[in-house]
Design a protein around this ligand. Structure first.
Ligand code: GAL
Length: 422
């Protein structure tokens, strides 16, 4: 049975410490950073990290190695080929949990960075629960730049107002369907989905699954205590299928950020997506609570699906010294404040100045502090890559045939193969 990563943080006492970044770049002043941050909001946020590097040393040449495609599904195979071929970038974007610790670390692709954690005092400013997600056998392998909340439902405020729909502090599935019917009757597409990359509709399922089985069910599913063909999982699939009935007709032609654009432009009302969505709203100059609003995905209030992003130090990094300096920048307070404001995630550090952040970030920080924190499956943290792939495949079929029985049977089989199921 695979280990479940689950970490209730509420009430955790966090030590705060002032930190002065000590990044020094080496003589060759070169750095290659690999990521899939290419959407408008993502690229702007990544650039904020690069600007912080340039501030520390204007002479550093940064190779921005990106492979487009949300969720990294296109980037990871390219990265894997480079790593396996002994041609690593200095540093790559990684999710904590099983993606880092079950995939890259056992393959010996990562260099531990405990010394950097110590010299920068990160163990005092980053919650232990997060550091644990990038640590194996006492060795820490990535610096976390931000923590996304995966289970958000975003909406165009003006579109809802125009149609007399009010969203409160939380939402039930029934309330969502009432709103969706009303919008449909008014000729507005209720739900935007952009599943040219299948992970984006899988994320809608992930959120709906949590909203149906609840946090304990989530823990039980990924630890093998609840079967993947349990009636509750089937119910989640049926609810997900019902939601798909309200999606945009061109969903399979759009990427996740094009779906967000449809919400921004008022063509669609809602989208269920992690808070990298926020980055797209900000990039389009939209304002929290004026142009757009958000609520936990139906049924998921009180839970926070973690989708965190980290950066590694590659074993055999061509520019090791510069890479360590890069990691120091990524972990610094200033860079995390600048980056996360644009990205939508909250800083991994807890000593940031909250007044520098707007309503959404403060809402998310509050949720992170008090809610049940759960790992994402779609973003590689909760389950091995094989199960993640099998889930995506099952979703691909389900989007077309809407056969909940076949769907849960495929998941149960995949859970067995991935040794999640007992
Ligand atoms: C996630 C990643 C986020 C965001 C999203 C969409 O996997 O952690 O930072 O970029 O994909 O591309």
């Amino acid at each position: 049975m695979k280990k479940l990563v689950c970490f209730p943080l509420a009430g955790l006492v966090l030590l705060l410490a002032a930190q002065i970044p000590t990044a020094t770049f080496a003589a060759d002043k070169k750095l290659e950073v690999f990521s899939w941050w290419t959407s408008g909001g993502e690229a702007a946020a990544l650039d904020a990290l690069f600007q912080a590097v340039k501030k520390a040393d204007p002479g550093v040449e940064i190779i921005n190695a990106t492979v487009a495609g949300g969720g990294g599904s296109a980037a990871r195979p390219v990265l894997q080929a480079r790593l396996a071929g002994g041609n690593p970038p200095d540093s790559w974007q990684v999710h904590p949990g099983l993606e880092l610790l079950g995939q890259y670390v056992p393959a010996n692709y990562c260099e531990p960075i405990n010394d950097t954690y110590q010299s920068e005092g990160w163990d005092k400013v980053v919650p232990k629960a997060l550091i644990d997600l990038v640590t194996k056998d006492g060795k820490t392998y990535a610096v976390l730049v931000g923590v996304h909340r995966g289970n958000d439902l975003w909406y165009n405020k003006k579109v809802l107002e125009k149609n007399g729909i009010k969203v409160g502090d939380k939402m039930t599935f029934d309330e969502f369907f009432v709103a969706a019917e009303k919008l449909k009757a008014a000729g507005v597409t209720p739900l935007a989905v952009g599943d040219s990359g299948i992970w984006a509709t899988a994320e809608l399922f992930e959120n709906t699954l949590l909203g149906t089985v609840g946090p304990q069910g989530w823990i039980d599913l990924f630890s093998g205590k609840m079967a993947w063909d349990d009636p509750k999982v089937k119910q989640a699939a049926q609810t997900y299928g019902k939601m798909l009935g309200y999606q945009n007709a061109d969903h399979s032609a759009l990427s996740w950020d094009q779906a967000v654009k449809a919400v921004i432009e008022g063509k669609c009302a809602f989208t269920s997506m992690g808070d990298w969505t926020y980055g797209e709203f900000v990039k389009a100059n939209k304002k929290d609570n004026e142009d757009f609003g958000w609520v936990s995905h139906p049924g998921t209030d009180g839970a926070f699906i973690i989708v965190s992003d980290g950066f590694t130090l590659a074993k055999g990094a061509p520019h090791k010294e510069d890479c360590i300096a890069w990691l120091k920048v990524c972990g610094s307070k200033d860079a995390q404040e600048a980056f996360n404001k644009l990205k939508g995630s909250i800083p991994a550090r807890t000593d940031v100045d909250k007044s520098k952040f707007g309503p959404y970030h403060n809402w998310s920080m509050e949720s992170f502090a008090k809610d049940q924190l759960l790992p994402s499956c779609i973003h590689g943290e909760a389950a091995p890559a094989g199960f993640q792939q099998a889930l995506n495949d099952a979703i691909t079929t389900f989007v077309v045939d809407k056969n909940a029985d076949r769907f849960v049977k495929a998941l149960a089989q995949a859970a067995k193969e991935a040794e999640i199921a007992k």
